[in-house]
Design a protein around this ligand. Structure first.
Ligand code: ATP
Length: 426
């Protein structure tokens, strides 16, 4: 399958810009996910490539053929773009059996009868719906209908397969199974998959590359592990990963050379050693660290704020001078609330973001130099700061349909700090 190229594609409805000057190359035989919160323009991009929506401006090329060009007035019809679709609303034909629903497209394409039977049987097995071949859609559950829709879309071996939240109606177990099957399917076909989801785990586990969008703009387009380990900004860092990355508001100063920065939060002074030289150091920065890189047993001392064992791993929320830091420990461990615990940050895995722009400007190692005494007043200030910040994040999340996402968010952690019981008098 040829590559797909979007160049400066914009889609406006009146004054509202849904997709803003997007340039994106989807390589041949890749599994690309368009990821982002509700309303960020994922479906619109998919529909524009397919020809179901006309861009306001820009150019779309599939292989050697320009299928849309606003300047040259080119607009190839959807039926000539050889794309298979699977939408969230997978309308099956109600008067046809499951078998017929899958076979119908192949009959239209004039496949020989025995080839159709073979292909339909293959798909019924693959999607574990062989027992329902003779049933009508109204006799199936939502999840079963979704699997029939997937089988129907895959039937003619489309060269490009577009899927818009195809697993949204399935329960968690079936979702996982279908993810596994989709990934296997991708490896056994020559097709290019373009997949829309707001589920970061789905995007991370399935894709060769993830295109993370926010309000119609691409925030980062990379393979999943690059996105996870080297996020371009706080939006990406926060969106990808569960539990989410720790973000600690800090002050920064020049260090002794171009690769060193002095970092301060909660009256603790750290040395940050960058992997690369840094020219400009913002005064206000955010220290970012993934929970699995918060190591225990040495370093600064906090106490267990909450311990959430899940069997395979335990999520620990540790309070350090009124800052909550999440750590994930693998294996079966549990701690009493209030237990003193030391923590440090794994070398090479700390990210620094410019607080104003949210952009990443350095990656490296953060090590403690000294902890200065902190007063009650200063502790209160820290608490108030995070309370305010927590409220802002909660407001943002409440205006986002995606708030149902099960992520243990920064906001949740911050909200929790104020639910805590007062400490017993010593
Ligand atoms: P979701 O995850 O909720 O499906 P999405 O990222 O796929 O969201 P789109 O469906 O692409 O988002 O919509 C992007 C934006 O464009 C949204 O704010 C939506 O309200 C707006 N939009 C979509 N279609 C139209 C339309 N026909 N007229 C006006 N605005 C539209």
């Amino acid at each position: 399958m040829p590559k797909i190229l979007l160049e400066n594609v914009t889609k406006r409805w009146g004054d509202f810009t849904a997709v803003d000057n997007v340039t994106l190359e989807i390589p041949d035989r890749s599994f690309i996910t368009l990821l982002g919160p509700s309303g960020c323009g994922k479906t619109t991009i998919l529909r524009m490539i397919a020809g179901l929506e006309d861009p306001t401006s820009g150019r779309i090329t599939i292989g050697d053929e320009v299928v849309f060009d606003s300047e040259k007035g080119i607009n190839v019809s959807p039926s000539k773009r050889d794309i298979g679709f699977l939408f969230q609303n997978y309308a099956l034909w109600p008067h046809m059996t499951v078998y017929k629903n899958i076979a119908f497209g192949l009959e239209t394409l004039k496949w020989p009868k025995e080839d159709i039977d073979k292909r339909v049987d293959e798909l019924l097995k693959l999607l574990k719906i062989e027992h329902f071949a003779k049933r009508y859609p109204s006799e199936l559950s939502g999840g079963q209908q979704q699997r029939v829709a997937i089988a129907r879309t895959l039937a003619p071996h489309p060269k490009t397969l577009f899927m818009d939240e195809p697993l949204s109606n399935l329960d968690a177990k079936l979702r996982l199974e279908m993810r596994t099957e989709l990934k296997r399917l991708f490896n056994t076909t020559d097709s290019t998959f373009v997949y829309v989801t707001h589920d970061q785990l789905e995007a991370m586990t399935l894709s060769t590359k993830v295109c993370l969008l926010k309000t119609g703009v691409i925030e980062q387009y990379d393979d999943p592990l690059t996105l996870y380990s080297h996020p371009a900004n706080t939006f990406v860092a926060d969106f990808v990963g569960n539990p989410t990355m720790n973000f600690i508001d800090s002050k920064a100063k020049k260090g002794s050379n171009k690769k060193e920065i002095e970092i301060e939060f909660a009256k603790a002074i750290f040395k940050f050693s960058s992997k690369k030289t840094i020219d400009t150091i913002p005064e206000d920065v955010i220290v970012g660290i993934r929970p699995e890189f918060v190591n225990l047993n040495s370093g600064i001392e906090g106490e267990i704020y909450s311990s959430l064992p899940s069997g395979m791993s335990t999520t620990l929320i540790i309070e350090y001078r009124n800052i909550l830091i999440t750590s994930v420990v693998f294996g079966q461990v549990d701690f009493e609330i209030g237990t003193p615990i030391k923590l440090n940050f794994q070398p090479d895995n700390v990210v620094l973001f410019d607080m104003e722009s949210g952009e990443k400007f350095a990656e490296g190692t953060l090590s403690i130099i000294e902890e200065l005494p902190i007063s009650e007043e200063e502790l209160e200030e820290i608490k108030a700061h995070y309370e305010l910040k927590g409220k802002e994040v909660v407001q943002e999340e409440e205006t986002d349909d995606n708030a149902a996402d099960e992520k243990v968010s920064f906001a949740d952690k911050v909200k929790n700090i104020f639910k805590r019981k007062p400490k017993k008098e010593e």
